[in-house]
Design a protein around this ligand. Sequence first.
Ligand code: PLP
Length: 304
Amino acid sequence: TTAADRTVAPTAAGTPAPAPLPVRPRTAVLGRGEVPWDFPVVTADDAGLGRGDGCFETLRVLGGPRGPRLLQLEAHLARFARSAAALDLPVPDPGLWLALVQPLLAEVGEGQEATLRMLLTRGTPTGGPTGVVTLREVPEVTRRAREDGISVVTLDRGVVPDAYTSAPWLLGGTKTLSYVLNMAALREAARRGADDVLFRTGDGEVLEGPTSTLVWSADGELLTTPTDRGGILAGTTLQAAFDGARAAGRRTAVRRTDVGELGRADGVWFLSSVRGAVEVTSIDAHRLFRDPATTRDLRSWIEA
Ligand code: PLP
């Protein structure tokens, strides 16, 4: 029996959330503070602009009764520091960056949410590194993915999984600004009529999405792929979800897998900071089982 032969469960979302209030976009520059949204934050010779030479983090801001919260803040700051170190950039001072971020958060009221981005570029030979923070609305496509789930196609990452160890200059697992390949893969998915991409090796080992961590469930266990190969980024959302899962008594594991196993899984998800956990509804047009109860659990662990 294949998943396509069986009944596919309704979406996890239940009734759609009410339309959120708009969030005004805001931005701030390290060493300067908040500037108007359309302020020219880099000069033409900035290495971030010309070479994508830098690193970044994207966080989710949730407005609550006790004010806005940045989800997984510590994990994001730690990864930002690791990325900067991998690029031989000065390691970001958390105090300075948080002082830059804090005033922008006032924009996010109770019941609202936003995307916060921290960008660090190599900057210019004379001016040194550039640091920028932006606060923006969560895009409509993200809300839709949370409600409807996403279809994915597998695409070859085109790099043998061990190359990231033997050639560390490939910067596997580093969140660099050079997402041009990831964006090209997403456009290829759109051309093929899918919402997202699951990168795989030439041998069919699956890795991660261009902006997400892969999670699947089998026999009650939640699983993900190892970050020591294939250039997989260590996800902050995954960390929160698996910490929550284990605290709730759910088994978790890290291991390699392939498309065939995912096709038989009890549920498959993409995890990332802004979308949270979204259900993968099909892989290469093969419909998957859906597990709305686990989707709700994953979201509650991520947002805890
Ligand atoms: N993998 C890649 C390549 C990513 O770009 C991202 C997030 O942007 C993730 C995984 C998920 O990471 P996180 O949960 O920290 O957002």
